[in-house]
Write a protein that binds this ligand. Structure first.
Ligand code: B12
Length: 315
């Protein structure tokens, strides 16, 4: 490796790749996936090639590859593998609902901790998840299904409200602490994230924030239940390129269409608005009217942000 070219500290690498610093260090320690040069004081410095390699490893891991199986492949072999995996993965997902056993086990352990009224163990398991999986996988395959199971549990009586509250509070704290990686990076594009007035469920919005940060954006998180005028003022005030909204419940709030229209009216066309969440339907005339794409999942957020970035940066 060319040491002159090794100039990126781990926080910046985390920003570019969407991998947490902990996961990058764990992949180095366990598999020597990428071994950076060190400064005289022992700080890690990564080259552009290292970043490229880590991005490919992340794609392979997102496709379900075990990192130990791919860590030693050359960049050319990794590129081929990642290309092959895209159609294969789509077929596998269409054909089967089987989940990897480590995901299922982690969720089961988390649910056991919740049933034991044990937020510390839940927190430790969430951190373990952040070392095992990339951010979108942790959100889509672990945290979101866990929250759905919690919702089912409180409905069928297998979980008490207090257990749901323990879980929600811990997950909220965990997600809130996952976002700072990009905040120091002044040139990164900004995205304002919130839920509109009347929408009190905020974990979807927090997951969108974490996903944006893992894609190299700086999320400006406003918390839940924000009036349209305030969202618009925040977006204009911080020079955001986009506003992301999460809508969970209620789906039929009569104030909501007016709020969304009011927001869109106050923003210039250069600021994109994207909306998602359990209460948003694909063929909604309101989305068409607002010229807002329907995004189903956090994976869609990633694709949306990269196309937005490409269109605004002209590459
Ligand atoms: C935690 C929780 C609460 C907490 C919220 C705390 C907080 N700080 O957010 C509290 C206790 C306050 C609460 C209150 C209530 N809740 Co509640 N709650 C939940 C629970 C368990 C999790 C919600 C959550 O955060 N889900 C996780 C998110 C991440 O899931 P999601 O919205 O599906 O998001 C996914 C996608 O949609 C997408 N996504 C989300 N946002 C976005 C945004 C973009 C841009 C994109 C692209 C994608 C995207 O990504 C996620 C991952 O795949 C759900 C159960 C469930 N099934 O979700 C019930 C649930 C949402 N609650 C429900 C209800 C009924 C209530 C109450 C009315 C209960 C009551 N009787 O008081 C109140 C209503 C409060 C109010 N006025 O709004 C119902 C809603 C039923 C419905 N849809 O009609 C649910 C589904 C539980 C159930 N009964 O099955 N709740």
């Amino acid at each position: 490796m060319n040491s002159v070219n090794s100039r990126h500290p781990i926080r910046i690498v985390s920003l570019y790749t969407g991998l947490s610093p902990e996961l990058i260090r764990a992949w180095e320690k366990r598999y020597e996936a990428v071994v950076p040069t060190r400064t005289d004081t022992g700080r890690r410095l990564y080259s552009d090639d290292d970043i490229e390699r880590l991005k490919l490893l992340k794609r392979a891991s997102d496709s379900g590859r075990r990192i130990g199986d791919v860590a030693q492949l050359s960049v050319a072999d990794l590129t081929d593998l990642v290309r092959q995996d895209v159609p294969v993965l789509a077929d596998v997902k269409a054909a089967s609902t089987d989940e990897p056993s480590d995901v299922v086990q982690l969720r089961a352990d988390m649910m056991a901790a919740i049933k034991n009224h044990d937020p510390e163990t839940l927190d430790a398991l969430l951190h373990r998840g952040s070392l095992l999986f990339t951010t979108p996988t942790l959100m889509e395959d672990v945290v979101a299904p866990l929250l759905r199971d919690i919702g089912v549990g409180t409905r069928d009586g297998s979980l008490r409200i207090a257990q749901e509250h323990i879980a929600t509070a811990q997950i909220r704290t965990f997600l809130g602490a996952m976002r700072p990686a990009s905040v120091e990076f002044q040139e990164a594009p900004r995205v304002v994230i919130t839920t509109p007035s009347g929408q009190l469920h905020e974990l979807g919005a927090l997951m969108v924030s974490v996903t944006c940060a893992s894609e190299g954006w700086v999320p400006i998180y406003l918390g839940p239940n924000t009036p349209a005028d305030e969202i618009a003022a925040a977006a204009l005030g911080c020079g955001a390129l986009a506003v992301g909204l999460s809508i969970t419940y209620p789906a039929d709030d009569p104030r909501l269409p007016g709020e969304l229209r009011r927001l869109r009216r106050q923003l210039p066309d250069s600021i994109a608005v994207f909306i998602g969440g359990a209460a948003v339907r694909e063929s909604s005339p309101l989305l068409d009217e607002l010229k807002t794409p329907f995004l189903r999942s956090l994976h869609d957020v990633r694709d949306f942000l990269s196309s937005l970035r490409a269109s605004t940066e002209g590459y």
